[in-house]
Design a binder for this molecule. Structure first.
Ligand code: APR
Length: 261
């Protein structure tokens, strides 16, 4: 067990620290829960006030955009504003530190808020895109320079098509290259951490199960049970903002001890 100066710090089972200390390859897979402590509302939580009367299918599908591009653009502009007000929390920062403690680390996220990158994580594999990115609806390519302040949505400077947010909507495929990289990392992982995700939205949700089948030690970090809980080697029930820093402290201590012995 990890002993800690702070009596409120969660205890991390020694099997988790041992697995991380021995691991060559570690994957962290995150969902909306890790950003919850930053105050980023989930898609459904953001649907308050004016937005409550719309279903997700009216706001986050290609069909919705075709039907009412202005409404969909404005919904994402509103959510971009919410994300801009949020700051990375200790859970995001602990993953930056964890990457420094292990030989090979991959961070795969379903989140579109960019908080991992703002905390300092590099090479984040984004399965559902990024809310700050903009794509051309016609060509599907990322567009960086476009005129704002005119038509809503703005137009693509290359082809004149409508611009859309660079996220993956319901009914859309995940970016193939990102999904393939994530699956490859999951298959090769020694330790796989599934953090703050309900593990129900496929295909992303298959990653921890793939890692498990290929021999990874699977650790779940979530205050609630999920479909993964019964399959995980260890389920750490609590908020990632305190559990992840405790994991990193425990690992740093174990590494220092093994260097000293
Ligand atoms: N720390 C860790 N986990 C938390 C915390 C916390 N502080 N607070 C909540 N959770 C957990 C919840 O118990 C839940 O299991 O985070 C999970 C969030 O689940 P979802 O809202 O379903 O988010 P996610 O799994 O990322 O959803 C996947 O579905 O809505 C679409 O495209 C969207 O990327 C999203 C995808």
């Amino acid at each position: 067990m990890v002993m800690d100066d702070d009596a409120r710090a969660p205890e991390i089972p020694s099997e988790v620290i041992d697995a991380l200390r021995r691991a060559e390859r570690v994957v962290a897979f995150t969902g909306a829960g890790i950003s919850q402590e930053s105050g980023v509302p989930t898609f459904r939580d953001a649907q308050s006030g004016l937005w409550a009367r719309f279903s997700p299918e009216e706001l986050a599908t290609p069909e919705a955009f075709r039907r009412n591009p202005k409404l969909v653009w404005e919904w994402y502009a509103y959510r971009r504003g919410l994300v801009a007000q949020a700051e990375p929390n200790p859970g995001h920062r602990a993953l930056v530190d964890l990457a420094r403690c292990v030989p090979e680390f991959a961070l795969v996220t379903q989140n579109v808020d960019g908080l991992h990158q703002r905390a300092g994580s590099r090479d984040v594999i984004e399965l559902h895109g990024n809310i700050t990115a903009t794509k051309c609806f016609e060509e599907g390519v990322i567009v960086e320079d476009y005129a704002e302040g005119g038509a809503v949505p703005p137009r693509c400077p290359r082809c004149g098509g409508l611009l859309r947010p660079g996220v993956v909507w319901f009914h859309e495929a995940l970016p193939a290259e990102a999904l393939e990289r994530a699956l490859d990392r999951a298959r090769r992982a020694d330790v796989f951490l599934s953090i703050g995700t309900s593990t129900v939205v496929y295909p992303a949700a298959e990653l921890p199960f793939v890692a498990r089948e290929h021999g990874a030690f699977v650790v779940e970090v979530n205050p609630q049970r999920t479909p993964l809980t019964a399959k995980a080697h260890c389920s750490l029930r609590g908020p990632s903002g305190s559990i992840l820093p405790a994991i990193v402290r425990g690992l740093e201590r174990a590494l220092a001890e093994s260097r000293g012995s």
